[in-house]
Design a protein around this ligand. Structure first.
Ligand SMILES: Nc1ncnc2c1ncn2[C@@H]1O[C@H](COP(=O)(O)OP(=O)(O)O)[C@@H](O)[C@H]1O
Ligand SMILES: [Mg+2]
Length: 394
């Protein structure tokens, strides 16, 4: 007999070793009921059942384990599970909820506590307002961020709200994910001296290059395994190693640099830069650019499918996770990357072709209205583009 586990949310499984023989029948039944209760998500019988367990004479240590497991068990909105491919930010650990994957293929991002959460919600609401906007620059920004599908309230925990966002990993079988935090300043105008010092100390080279890697996930086709690199790996990089060890690792599949992917990413970054050159509305602090490509070397491409303004989006699969698609369509990048640009970045050789590339701005918890150029972001973006060119030409 094993303890009941969560059907959907396996990461939040209660981790008591199910060795029944060490408990009396009553203790065992209390323990299993305890986890079954929380499994159903209908109630949190923390106190009531906790004291029942104590009364039944269970050792303190077991009790502690059960209690802390339950405290680590947030109730997720129905039809969601933690986003396995999340590489940075507030993650699904230690009783906290991070980004969730909804069964309809969207991402639910928890609204953070005020003022950060409110700022991000208002940013998305302003951008995706249904009222007709004549503001072309604002409309162009819609293509540079994940689509916003409104707010979702958790039926169980009334104070938990989520932003329903387009999933940038949709249709990718083995997503390689890179989160780059932009700007020399990653603290906003309201930050305290302590917060400023803390942010600067996180990655001092950002003062020179204007960006930093917050986390990434790579994929190896030969082993079939993905690997995550957390903030501690990223912290140990510097101005040079961030390019060749950081990006070099990210853009490689089994050691082969995916030059087509890098070119596609640069095209998209240039579009973002163009937008920043025009806009005088927003300043983005501690915001990221999320770069994603499919590490599945056999992945088919539909370059003729509906495209984003960068034209790089593959066909949108009905199912986001299984990646099962049988059709093989000839991959052709020629109509999605300007030929001038290709000439300027290639030596005419294409080592590999990886069609599914997404590059979007994310994380708007520190966005401010400011009527001047966001030179903090632009500085980092130009540097990032230059550094990717260096990698491409290495
Ligand atoms: N729309 C999205 N599609 C896919 N992954 C996403 C999306 N939004 C966020 N993520 C994942 O979640 C991580 C954290 O997102 P972010 O918006 O930066 O949250 P936080 O405010 O916690 O930093 C990203 O690094 C990325 O891995
Ligand atoms: Mg973030």
């Amino acid at each position: 007999m094993s303890l009941p586990t969560y059907n959907f949310v396996s990461r939040f499984r209660i981790s008591i070793h199910p060795n029944q023989s060490q408990y009396t029948e009553k203790q065992w039944s209390l323990l299993t009921n305890y986890s079954r209760h929380s499994d159903s998500g209908h109630q949190h019988p923390r106190v009531k059942t906790g004291s029942a367990l104590a009364k039944a004479g269970l050792k303190k240590i077991v009790l502690k384990k059960v209690m802390s497991s339950l405290q680590r068990t947030p109730t997720l909105p129905p039809g969601t599970k933690p986003l396995d491919n999340q590489v940075a930010g507030h993650q699904n650990t230690e009783g906290k909820i991070g980004c969730l994957l909804h069964e309809d293929g969207t991402i639910l991002k928890p609204v953070q506590c005020p003022p950060k959460g409110q700022r991000e919600v208002e940013f998305y609401q302003e951008l995706f307002s249904e009222q007709k906007s004549d503001d072309k620059v604002l409309l162009q920004l819609r293509d540079l961020v994940p689509k916003f599908h409104g707010l979702v309230h958790s039926p169980k925990e009334s104070d938990a709200r989520f932003m329903k966002l387009e999933n940038l990993l949709l249709d990718m079988k083995h997503p390689c994910v890179l989160d780059i935090k932009m700007g020399r300043k990653t603290y906003d105008p309201q930050a305290s001296q302590e917060k400023m010092a803390l942010e600067i100390a996180k990655f001092p080279p950002a003062q020179n290059i204007g960006y930093q890697i917050s986390g990434m996930q790579t994929y190896s086709p030969s082993t079939g395994k993905s690997q995550k690199f957390d903030k501690y790996f990223c912290k140990n990089l510097n101005e040079e190693t961030i390019v060749f060890k950081g990006f070099g690792k990210f853009f490689s599949l089994d050691g082969v640099l995916q030059k087509e992917v890098i070119k596609a990413v640069i095209v998209r970054l240039k579009e973002i830069l163009e937008w920043f050159n025009k806009q005088r509305t927003f300043h983005f602090f501690a915001s990221s650019i999320l770069i994603v490509f499919d590490g599945d070397v056999n992945s088919p491409l539909s370059s003729k499918s509906p495209t984003s303004s960068a034209g790089l989006k593959g066909s949108v699969a009905d199912n986001c996770c299984n990646g099962d698609t049988d059709s093989i369509i000839e991959n052709d990048f020629s109509d999605v990357i300007s030929s001038d640009f290709v000439d300027s970045v290639t030596d005419g050789q294409s080592e590999s072709v990886h069609p599914k590339v997404q590059v979007r701005m994310i994380d708007f918890a520190h966005v401010y209205h400011m009527p001047e150029e966001d030179e903090n972001y632009v500085f980092g973006l130009k540097h990032l583009i230059d550094d990717l060119h260096r990698l491409l030409n290495s």
